[in-house]
Design a protein around this ligand. Structure first.
Ligand SMILES: Cc1cc2nc3c(=O)[nH]c(=O)nc-3n(C[C@H](O)[C@H](O)[C@H](O)COP(=O)(O)OP(=O)(O)OC[C@H]3O[C@@H](n4cnc5c(N)ncnc54)[C@H](O)[C@@H]3O)c2cc1C
Length: 461
């Protein structure tokens, strides 16, 4: 780790202005960690105000080989913004303009520091809809979403971030400013660099502008809560719903433990006998929603393991979502620390995965809760432990290792939406062979030959 020489700090300060640079220890702490709980102090924190400043900083960083970690809102779950090799944390929050909402062509041009929910609400005011809805949407940035390829409950119908990014402006490690994609629905001019940057976790370039696809607002929506006395039947029901030609815009799952930590958010919580539940939403034109809702009701009706409740007011819908979004922050009631994973398996394998996790928790005598975006097979697995108890740490690490092995053997993937960062990099070889990893490393060194952009992430040692 090389210290940044003071003459360089002066030049950087000249570029961004003295109010946008800090070395105060309390600030360094604030920008040292993310939602994973991992942390390391940077040497310098910067708040650049535009693409030109970022380009100038990257030119300096590149010629002096100073690590630079781009940072959005710091809600990432894998240690992606932790500056493990020191250097600069470049905070993108001042690039926070919604540059344009083009209603005729249903696209938005937006800077990366815009908070996702604020962007959604701005486009809604223009009669349009940006569907990507991570549970962290009130806090995370759209640049961070692009860098992680974030998803959310609506992905089952509407897809994830990569399905909405049509083009990007990116500053490369050497300071070059490039643009990818176009503001047209179709573009095959050269390689699809947009897709390469989306999900690249700040290791290939710094995203400074995004062109995003927007949709018309769905006219109508119905929300259902399907509680069950059988965990197995709940997880089987996920595929049954989708295989019955029902196309929900939300198909979320919570096990008994997840329900227990958030049931206080609901005036009318699920009955005590509940082993698991599904939140199902259907949206679209009123006639389509009514027809789909009837198909859904007749599918679950008469099955004694299930109780179906339809939300009767917007307030009830909001309570259900408040409870769902509160799971991650509320789990610490159970144990002080957690390993939060977001594995994904083909939908039909969810019952096997969840059963495996239940057995693993019993075998290791540890609390593990499961919830998440069951409609796309993306199950959040929270392994709870106490970092101060060595035996607990060992059991949690063992559970994580077993979870990844089982996920891969079920045809799944290490991460559905949170990315690899620091926390999953030791497990990359479970999923990718040496040839694949080697190609990814060569792509990284082509974009960033001095390995200064978010070094130490994604690739296993
Ligand atoms: C309570 C909670 C719930 C969550 N729920 C979900 C969920 O439902 N779905 C989901 O997908 N995620 C979820 N997350 C994870 C997290 O919110 C997402 O990964 C989000 O996309 C991160 O955005 P951010 O702005 O906080 O990025 P950060 O954490 O700041 O950064 C994440 C990564 O992106 C890189 N990066 C950030 N900005 C840029 C940029 N402009 N250019 C290049 N690289 C950049 C960083 O270097 C880092 O590697 C949740 C997190 C929390 C705490």
């Amino acid at each position: 780790m090389t210290a940044i020489p003071s003459h360089l700090i002066s030049r950087i300060t000249d570029i961004v202005g003295p109010d946008n640079v800090t070395q105060r220890i309390e600030d360094l702490h604030c920008y040292s960690y993310d939602g994973s709980g991992r942390s390391q102090l940077p040497e310098l924190v910067l708040f650049p105000g535009d693409t030109g400043q970022i380009s100038d900083i990257m030119k300096l960083a590149s010629s002096h080989r100073i690590p630079v970690v781009p940072r959005g809102a710091g809600t990432g779950m894998t240690g992606g913004i932790v500056p493990v090799e020191g250097g600069i944390v470049m905070v993108m929050t001042k690039l926070d303009a919604i540059v344009e909402i083009d209603t005729d062509n249903q696209i938005g041009i937006v800077e990366p520091g815009v908070i996702t929910a604020e962007f959604q609400s701005a486009v809604r005011k223009k009669g349009l809809f940006y569907p990507v809805d991570p549970a962290s949407l009130k806090y995370c940035s759209i640049g961070g979403n692009a860098a992680e390829c974030a998803g959310g409950p609506s992905a089952v119908k509407y897809g994830v971030t990569k399905d909405y990014i049509m083009g990007l402006e990116v500053v490369l490690a050497n300071g070059d400013i490039i643009t990818t994609g176009a503001r047209t629905e179709k573009s095959v001019t050269g390689y699809d660099l947009t897709r390469l940057f989306v999900g690249s976790e700040g290791t290939l370039g710094i995203i400074t502008k995004l062109i995003v696809r927007l949709l018309p607002i769905p006219a109508y929506k119905e929300t259902f809560l399907l509680t069950s006395t059988s965990l197995r039947r709940t997880t089987e029901m996920v595929s049954e719903i989708l295989n019955h030609n029902i196309k929900p815009c939300t198909l979320e799952y919570m096990d008994k433990t997840a329900i227990g930590v958030v049931s206080g958010f609901m005036d009318n919580p699920p009955p005590d006998t509940t082993q698991a539940l599904l939140i199902i939403e259907i949206d679209g034109e009123k006639s389509v929603v009514s027809e789909q809702a009837e198909m859904f009701k007749s599918l679950v009706g008469g099955q004694e393991e299930f109780i179906l409740r339809q939300a009767s007011s917007q307030e009830e819908v909001e309570q259900i979502w408040q409870a769902r979004r509160a799971i991650s922050p509320s789990v610490h009631k159970l144990r002080p620390n957690k390993i939060g994973e977001d594995v994904a398996v083909p939908r039909s394998r969810i019952p096997e995965l969840v059963e495996f996790i239940e057995n693993l928790a019993t075998e290791l005598n540890i609390i593990i809760l499961t919830f998440g975006h069951a409609g796309d097979g993306n199950i959040h697995v929270n392994i709870m432990f106490d970092r101060s108890v060595a035996e607990d740490v060992k059991r949690a690490e063992k559970a994580k290792d077993q979870l990844f092995k089982q996920t891969i053997s079920l045809g799944g993937t290490l991460s559905g939406e949170h990315g690899i960062g620091l926390s999953k990099k030791p497990f990359m070889r479970y999923e990718l062979n040496e040839a694949t990893l080697g190609l990814m490393k060569r792509i990284k060194s082509l974009f960033d030959p001095n390995n200064i952009l978010n070094p130490g992430k994604i690739f296993p040692a």
